[in-house]
Design a protein around this ligand. Sequence first.
Ligand SMILES: *Cc1c(COP(=O)(O)O)cnc(C)c1O
Length: 447
Amino acid sequence: MEEKFSKTVRELIEMSKAHERYRSEECINLIASEGLKSPAVKEMVARSQDLESRYAEGENDQEGHVKQRHYQGQKYITKIENCVADLMKSVFGCNWIDVRLVSGTHANLATFKGLSLATKNNKMVVAPLRCGAHISHDYTGLAGSVIGLETVNHVYDLNELNIDPEKSATIIEATRPGIVTFGGSLFQFPHPVKELAEVSKEAGAYVVYDAAHVLGLIAGGQFQDPFKEGADFITASTHKTYPGPQGGVILANSGDERMRKATKRVQNAVFPLTTSNTHLGRLPALGLVALEMKLYGAELAKQTVSNAQTAGEYLSENGLKVLGEKRGFTRSHQIAVDVQNYGGGRKVAEDLEEANIILNKNLLPYDDQHNRENPSGLRVGFQDVTRRGFKESDIHDLCDLMLDVVKEKRKAADVGKDVLTLRQNFKEIKYGFGSIEEVMNYLEKYA
Ligand SMILES: *Cc1c(COP(=O)(O)O)cnc(C)c1O
């Protein structure tokens, strides 16, 4: 073996170890899309190593259960998939699900493709990218460049930081799309699903709600309930505010002919159109999160939103421009901060990184869409610190450290030491189980 090759293997092993310590012990994570798994859920991932090498290609039925699998060796895999489907359906109060998606983008791919086939209509109405839509919704991303959908934008109201329901209704009526999509990546306030679901359906569209960011908040009943408001499908990641292993999910209420036609097309778009292996090793852990959400989801979501609102208020009182002030800054796990006057999103995010505070720069709704390299804003998420036990006063401490960096009151490296000290006070992960054994003991009382 060449010396260079062996050196690279050593580097690989050392860097992996260093990463685990760096991001899970030596930083405070405020990236809004990154969830934090409980020790029990991590243990479940570690216990699923054989599953992680298996295949389970095949068809599902109208309950989202396994109907037919094409490989042998499936007797437990089938049960596992069905359990996960049932547990998650119970959390979200719906009767149809697909748990085979490997990511939120994959969930959108299968849903958008399936629905465009079901409607024979390739038009979709969706929020503009700079107003928080995900790249997978956009004509420059998955929706347009991969699936070939023609996207038309909702009208966005900069004052309300939300989709304008009246003006978007006009757009939907004029466009007559096959799909109307809600939800986003920069997502502080519930979208007007209730106001627009009926108009969308009358125009012949299916209503899709992309809950990638807010699935955990919905599970905890602390954000809008898209099904109650009229959404036909929810697509999501399973690892943002929903604190599971990385993956995706599609949920729906099926029943009438209109929905049966759609769910069949979506299932077909999942398999065989867009998957072969479905990353089975994540499934037991995903199912376990459903239990944690039933027990702790409401409390976790409530504290997460409260922490985000607290940060918005505190940063704003201390001179930063936090978006959405008149509406209390946020109703979700995230806030958006305009740091144009402090050197822009890119500089500030890099300075905070030097102080061991990890977050991302973000386009704000009034930014030029092409300025993604140096947008005005930061997106700040509080789901990770909340699960570590941060309460309002801890959020104030954290914001003080952020303000020191943003306003350049102290050297970022010096602030970084205080960040580490603060981080050391939060070694446990709350709102979940410490081990599978703890789960089994808990279940005893229902035996
Ligand atoms: C993160 C995100 C996705 C993509 O999810 P992945 O699991 O990262 O593929 C899709 N939609 C929205 C709104 C998102 O924020």
